[in-house]
Design a protein. Sequence first.
Length: 199
Amino acid sequence: MSLRKAYFLIFLVLIVDQLSKIYVKTNFILGDEYVVFDWFKIHFIENEGMAWGTKIPGEYGKLILTVFRIFAVFGIGWWLADSVKKRYSNYLIVAIALIFAGAAGNIIDSVFYGVIFDDSTHNLATIFSPEPYGTWFHGLVVDMFYFPIWEGNLPTWLPIFGGNHFAFFNAIFNVADVAISTGVGILLVFNKRAFPKHG
């Protein structure tokens, strides 16, 4: 795969990711939910940018996470360019491009959203607001896809978790997260094709 095609894939993912986030941010109040199916909902949340809302504690935790991600994206970008130059497998190049796009999509939220949007807690956010909710590098990542396929109490006879309330699948995520997960999935499932042994 050429670098141009890889860039096009990255651009496509970023456009879909950012359009979906901007739409949700400007049409949903934080916590609002739209039921598509019983097992698929659009549920607007924001987080510091790590999986399941995990965050680095402390005053500079968010800044540290954002800066680390920026350096990581530069590293992934170098890996992508090097892989194309050396004509590595298309499985590998597509996977790297998806991971790059996903990471970049969430970085855009972290770097810019705090200074271009106002708060979503009690009203619809407006873009390019004169009263933004945060500062540079302290934006919150917008998530919206929720697939509560099953929710209920587990049987009491199950060890450890028996009788507890359980939801599958309880993570809420975005297009960027899907791109990263798909890229990692390609590397795991098609490992031998992504990293063929020569000689």
